[in-house]
Design a binder for this molecule. Sequence first.
Ligand SMILES: [Zn+2]
Length: 253
Amino acid sequence: MSSNIIKRMNAKTTKTIPILLAVFFLAVLTLSLLFGNKVNAYFRTWVSGRNKAVIDYIRAPQDHSDWELEALSRCSDAPFVLPTHGFIGYLFNDSFTPLKLHTGLDIFGGKQVGQTPVYAPYDGFLTRELDWKSSLILRIPQDPLDPDQQVWVYMTHLADPEGNSLIEAAFPPGTQEAAVKQGDLLGYQGNYSGYPGSPTGIHLHISIVRDDGEGKYLNELHIENTMDPSPYFGMPLNAASALKSSPVCLPLQ
Ligand SMILES: [Zn+2]
């Protein structure tokens, strides 16, 4: 190769590198503007230690019983009681799937499928849609924190890996508006993921879901349709601010 050609190639390379770098930084900037929150949340769930804590707990719950909270316990004057026994492993706003924010709490019971009871966290009216194997939703006509609005509490994973329900027989598919009291037994923790034969960890997922303003619950899979459960339970349960792996009651005000 003649030295002229090499010089031209070098000149070309020195021009190309800054252009590639600029494109790269623009792409990073655009992505972080679009998804920054969600990317942050994904890293935060790792950095906070919650992923590790959940894995450690599932492997050996007996070694971490100090992380567990009692079912039906309540923090000072919080309106909700804890609906089940266990370790609150994942919080609201955690992210264990890239670009997806967790809309509620995951409470891991540390026992086998069907062994850890799930209770109503508050008085309300229970619905189980016809095709729901593992889920329930509780309508609370007056949100205890904002009595002008109606609010819903969604609970899921109450079925075994094949989708056999662990919900109490009093609430069969198609149940609409069954009156329940705080502390009533609803069923048991399971690990049904929605896909038979592909179980998740044994836990209860619980989300506080907004009403659409016309008496119907919104889709709980979207974070904007759900609410920070912290004030309902009197605990720091928003991953954006709570970094501790094992939540405890907030200090009295
Ligand atoms: Zn969950």
